[in-house]
Design a protein around this ligand. Structure first.
Ligand code: CAO
Length: 425
């Protein structure tokens, strides 16, 4: 079976998390992704948060599946010449270096255009043009500057960053969409273009509803936030909303049986208006169906704390999976708080390929998140990440069509690494 992006070749100049997330998706959709890495060290994450000595970390292996690796010193003259050949032979260059790094290497947009006018150059930076454009950025900086941290956490606590990597993986997803869109446009124009995704912008895009709330504040309190029911005034900015639901259907995280000892014995419970009567029956408050304080959503808003306290009395009598089963039977939207252990052991996620077990020659088997986007005509087969420089010779020979003498000369030039580095690989 063919893959959606078969025939597309990606020059993958990415590192750490944001860029590799993007190129991994492209590889899963069938593109040939050639990861260019610095001789000797490679992507810095190969050696970060290692659980097994001298073996590529899970940080690296879980972000670089289905790619090939070539080591190349792009600051060496011969290395630059190889990079030029790669640019001529690839469709897309993806990079997430610090601002200006690619230019300093000598590969400005103009130079890349000269070498290959059809090339798409896709970049992730921390910020778009403006006062912070030259700053280096990591995940949590983007969460803080994109509006996520100021709106996450509890009103009386510090701003909080979230576990979901919305700055890195989120921006990688945005960039991936930009790349396939540019590839589609190129089928009509024949031209390449620049694709840029700033991490601040990506996080803000995911915080769209909070900018909505910022503007609603001008017209009165946000009455689905707990603080409304508690009679606490709103300030000038969107406050942290704790676990209040972001939409018009109030929700909370409630304790379930076992919460005293299990940190994840909780369920997210949504008091969706159309199923209010079912909720009243389940929790044993049938008179709330017609009581003027409870029957209508607007009447409930100032009483949410008391309502959820009553619902919690019920959820605490059930474990989270029992509660999920009973509530779903009645179409009441809810979700158990699943631990990473429970997710890792979930057989249905394995069956769909969302969790996959991958074999690695140096670390053995490990679990990874597979492709969360399923295409019926382009299924994903997850293969292991490459060892550092594993495909250097293959790429020089088969992609760039270099003969043995040229490859030998390149090795002597140090462009592929010093003899010690090459031996270490
Ligand atoms: N051969 C030779 N040199 C190479 C090379 C190669 N194959 N690959 C990279 N380099 C060089 C770069 O040219 C750069 O050199 P200069 O500083 O002399 O221009 C140098 O390596 C370091 O690159 P960097 O500045 O990108 O790396 P860093 O570790 O200092 O910064 C990061 C990391 C992530 C903060 C920065 O890359 C960045 O801000 N990227 C954009 C935003 C982003 O993606 N952040 C998310 C990271 S995931 O949390």
């Amino acid at each position: 079976m063919t893959k959606a992006l078969e025939g597309v070749r990606i020059l993958d100049f990415t590192h750490v998390q944001s860029g590799p997330t993007c190129t991994q998706l492209l590889a899963w959709f069938g593109a040939d992704v050639i990861k260019v890495e610095r001789p000797g060290v490679g992507d810095i994450t190969r050696g970060q948060l290692r659980d097994v000595p001298e073996v590529d970390s899970l940080y690296f292996t879980m972000l670089n599946h289905n790619k090939r690796s070539i080591t190349l010193d792009t600051k060496n003259q011969s290395g630059k010449a190889v990079l030029e050949e790669l640019i001529k032979n690839c469709d897309v260059l993806v990079e997430n270096f610090a601002p200006g790094a690619l230019d300093r290497m000598g590969f400005t947009w103009e130079r890349v255009q000269e070498l290959n006018p059809a090339m798409i150059v896709a970049s992730i930076k921390g910020f778009g043009p403006g006062p912070y454009q030259d700053c280096k950025v990591y995940e949590n900086v983007a969460q803080c500057t994109g509006g996520a941290a100021s709106t996450t956490g509890f009103r009386d606590g510090l701003p909080l960053v979230t576990g979901a990597q919305i700055g890195d993986s989120g921006t990688g997803l945005h960039l991936c969409l930009g790349i396939v869109t540019a590839l589609f446009q190129r089928t009509k124009t024949g031209r390449g273009q620049k694709v840029s995704a700033a991490m601040q912008d990506g996080v803000l895009n995911l915080c769209r509803v909070k900018l909505r709330d910022q503007q609603r504040l001008a017209h009165g309190p946000l009455n689905e936030y707990s603080q409304y029911g508690e009679g606490i005034e709103f300030g000038e900015s969107v406050p942290r909303a704790g676990n209040d639901s972001g939409g018009g259907q109030p929700g909370r995280i409630l304790k379930c049986k076992g919460w005293e000892t299990d940190p994840n014995a909780y369920i997210y419970f949504i008091t969706q208006a159309p199923v209010w009567e079912a909720i009243c029956d389940v929790i044993g408050e049938p008179e709330w169906k017609t009581h003027p304080d409870y029957a209508k959503p607007v009447a409930r808003l100032p009483r949410l704390n008391a309502i959820f306290a009553r619902i919690e009395e019920w959820t605490m009598t059930k474990d989270k999976f029992e509660a999920m089963a009973i509530l779903n039977d009645r179409d009441i939207p809810c979700g158990p708080i699943l631990s990473m252990k429970e997710i890792a052991e979930d057989q249905s996620l394995r069956a769909t390929g969302t969790i996959v077990e991958v074999e690695h020659p140096e670390r053995g088997n490990y679990l990874s998140v597979g492709n969360p986007i399923k295409l019926s005509d382009s299924p994903t087969d997850v293969t292991r990440s490459p060892l550092l420089g594993e495909h250097t010779d293959e790429i020089l020979r088969d992609v760039l069509r270099f003969d043995e003498r040229t490859i030998d000369e390149l090795q002597k030039s140090g462009a592929l690494g010093t003899p010690q580095q090459l031996a270490a690989e």
